[in-house]
Design a protein around this ligand. Sequence first.
Ligand SMILES: NC(=O)c1ccc[n+]([C@@H]2O[C@H](COP(=O)([O-])OP(=O)(O)OC[C@H]3O[C@@H](n4cnc5c(N)ncnc54)[C@H](OP(=O)(O)O)[C@@H]3O)[C@@H](O)[C@H]2O)c1
Length: 339
Amino acid sequence: MTWDPRSLPDLAGRVYLVTGSNAGLGYFACEQLVRAGARVIMSARHPNRLSAARAAIRRRVPDAAPDATEPLILDTSNLGSVRSAAASVRGRGALDGVLLNAGIVHAPKTRQTTIDGHEVVFATNALGHFALAGELLTALAEAGADAGPTGGAGPTGGAGRTGRMVWVGSMSASLTPYDPVDPQLADGYSAWRAYVQSKIATAALGFEADRRLREYAVPVASVVAHPGYSTGGRTPGIAGVNEPSRVKRFTDNLQAVLAQSKEHGAWPLVRALTDPAVEGGEFWGPRTGSRGAPRRQTAAKITRDPAVAARLWDVAETATGVRWPFEAAAQLAVGRSTT
Ligand SMILES: NC(=O)c1ccc[n+]([C@@H]2O[C@H](COP(=O)([O-])OP(=O)(O)OC[C@H]3O[C@@H](n4cnc5c(N)ncnc54)[C@H](OP(=O)(O)O)[C@@H]3O)[C@@H](O)[C@H]2O)c1
């Protein structure tokens, strides 16, 4: 089946949260969701960048409702920021889906740590999203439960409506499948290793989340998606959102055979978030691996290894102090569907 965000299902009445909304794939995912009628909580760590991105959506989608986007300040590298942002989102009611997109793509050359004491790339890309998804689990379960017993609110994320979380992985996990035995890279730090390990951890946690959600019969699906190779220089210029230099446009266009725009790179992420046919535990990406229309794929073996994932889950729980409320989310769903 072909996929085009101009023919998304009608998302009127749906609410999504996107991390890293102010630029790149996150921005375009928000724009595509708004075009389909969804209300989108756009989050970013910097208020001015967030305002610029919301203004761009107002310009580019002039028919959107005035409240089509809502702002939320969220720094995924800071666990205090994650907790307070999640509390604010829970206070806004049920959440149909969260796109765990924010990330450091160009890791620092030398190891750096966050205010919480964690290696910054692992913290930003994996730990912050693990904490956020756990803190939002009951809000996501409410969306699944609100669909009612005939709404397909099963844990598979099949034909009906379920809460959905989408984790953003990367092809780099197949290129250099490091085993993240030392995910904080206390020894042997390199920028590439830090990035790849953070993405392996992200995907492994996404698949592990789905196994655990099924085990507890929580009506939330966890899906992993990746954007292939998507560059700013092959992406439309948008004031305040994507303003590549001429040199970047030139060099990125030299890679046209491999690379696509971030607008297209957002397609598999949005499909994973909204397509009713997508199931929890699946992996979605562009057709050729690096570019093209979204399709279901096989994730790197290391990300599918349950032993690696269980180890990472323990690391993430200890590092963040967040225990996912599986039982509460499952019970909330049962309670709502029987009333
Ligand atoms: N582009 C690709 O080819 C590719 C391939 C595989 C995977 N990915 C993944 O896709 C995701 C988005 O990548 P992209 O290409 O769109 O990158 P991008 O253009 O650099 O955008 C990254 C976004 O994440 C935000 N961010 C970074 N650190 C943050 C933090 N601590 N708290 C909150 N937001 C933060 C950035 O905000 P600021 O503007 O404030 O920095 C920005 O909005 C990443 O997870 C990346 O690993 C991308």
